[in-house]
Design a protein around this ligand. Sequence first.
Ligand SMILES: O=C(O)CCC(=O)C1=CC=C[C@@H](O)[C@@H]1C(=O)O
Ligand SMILES: [Mg+2]
Length: 333
Amino acid sequence: MRRATVYRYSLPMEAGVVLRNQRLKTRDGLLVSLWQDDKTGWGEIAPLPGFSQEDLPQAQEAVQHALSQWMQGASLAALASAFSTLPSVAFGLSCADAELRDELPQVLSTRCAPLCHGDPNELYARLGGLPADAHGRKVAKVKVGLYESVGDGLNVSMLLEALPDLHLRLDANRSWSPVKAEGFARHVPPELRSRITFIEEPCLTREQSRDFARLTGIAIAWDESVREAGFTVQAEPGVAAIIIKPTLTGSLMRCRQLIAQAHAAGLEAVISSSIESSLGLTQLARIAQWLTPDAVPGLDTLDLMQAQLVRRWPDSPLPLTDVSALEIVWQSQ
Ligand SMILES: O=C(O)CCC(=O)C1=CC=C[C@@H](O)[C@@H]1C(=O)O
Ligand SMILES: [Mg+2]
């Protein structure tokens, strides 16, 4: 006996959340709740505007079609894997299936790399509680590329000089030309560069990013590249990690494949948020603890929202939106 319900949510965002030059006023998505033989499984399906190819109506139509087939006995894992062009659907359905089959461990670690906005006092206050990665590095993340790259270089140097224990992940989201990237590096003294664990996607093209790593000795990581057709995980000079955003990537099986390829190539695999709700973030934290226990995940995005959803993130003071408050958009007969 099987039952399935699809809920739609819309969570208010904090003011000023901008993604790819788009203001995100609400985070909208779907939750699927499955029931079979006295077991339940939940999944979150939340295409990220500006990053996902699919939009929420497309995702909702695909989920309803898949669950109709599941109700007739189809395998959910097989259905999830079939949605390679709708990664958010593949990931959410595969999580619900993994929970239903007790495959997704319950162990949840809240350690994650704080997303900081450049104020050393804010970061200083959090440094003591910063998680250390497998190399004992206290890791935080700073977004760069929003303003002048020279200013980014000066700001990053100031943070690293002020906090000798700190290691930084940076993320330029491909915003730098080679000249701007050089302008950044010129203002980071060589002795500080090793405390930049990596810069995600510094330049517009992968070749320019490889050149940046070679010329500056600053390690890079692939994020957006991982999701591009034809990308292959491989060891390359200057490349330290791949960033895996499951909601943008695909099913749990696809993510496990990428993680295994990264580890085989000697790369770090970092599970990263696509600004999911607290339910999705707790599942990502469980996945990170399970599959990438030596890498601090990048999940510090809950505070971009004004509420939690169904499942709490431990110790978050944000109000919880209960499932009873959600709109049911589809239900099995
Ligand atoms: O990876 C993290 O530490 C948090 C998530 C994060 O930085 C991002 C999520 C989604 C889009 C971007 O804003 C950004 C990224 O590009 O990695
Ligand atoms: Mg990134």
